[in-house]
Design a protein. Structure first.
Length: 156
């Protein structure tokens, strides 16, 4: 099918979404998911989805990742808020934003409050994301996580 580009996801309120037994155990999904699928529904090697804006959304109690960006380029994430309560369902490990095989990502004014012990990081940057600022630029993070959990976990 056609590849998405020039899409705006704005002013949504999502509660308790982002996990299904049909997604499998890969962790490659989220309450808001931007992902190019390859053969067999695996993550595509190409960063085909482009020019995506995820703006001013509120995500409450995501059972896995709040946002997942995979095989995409030129993605703006701005003004989003994610909160989880300590007793909400978690299929951890979970993160606020997971970036995988991505480039040109801009994260601004991201708030992530998650007291659950399953949280791995505020922002997880996987090894396949482009290096340095070509991959991701982060400005103004407000993360409140369990003691010892990193705001940004960069695996590049």
């Amino acid at each position: 099918g056609p590849i998405a580009s020039n899409v705006v996801i704005r002013n949504n309120r999502l509660i308790g979404v982002g996990q299904s037994r049909h997604y499998g155990g890969t962790g490659r999904f989220g309450a808001i998911m931007v992902r190019t699928n390859g053969t067999g529904f695996k993550l595509a090697p190409e960063r085909s989805i482009s020019n995506i804006s995820i703006l001013d959304n509120e995500i409450i109690d995501p059972p896995k990742n709040a946002l997942y960006i995979g095989s995409a380029r030129d993605v703006t994430i701005s003004g989003n808020r994610v909160t989880a309560s300590a007793d909400s369902t978690s299929f951890g490990p979970n993160v606020g934003i997971c970036l995988e095989n991505a480039s040109g990502v801009k994260i601004r004014d991201f708030r992530f409050l998650d007291p659950r012990e399953t949280v791995q990081a505020g922002v997880l940057i996987r090894q396949s994301t482009a290096p340095g600022k070509e991959g991701v630029v982060i400005q103004k993070l407000d993360v409140r996580l369990p003691k010892g959990v990193k705001a940004v976990l960069d695996q590049r």
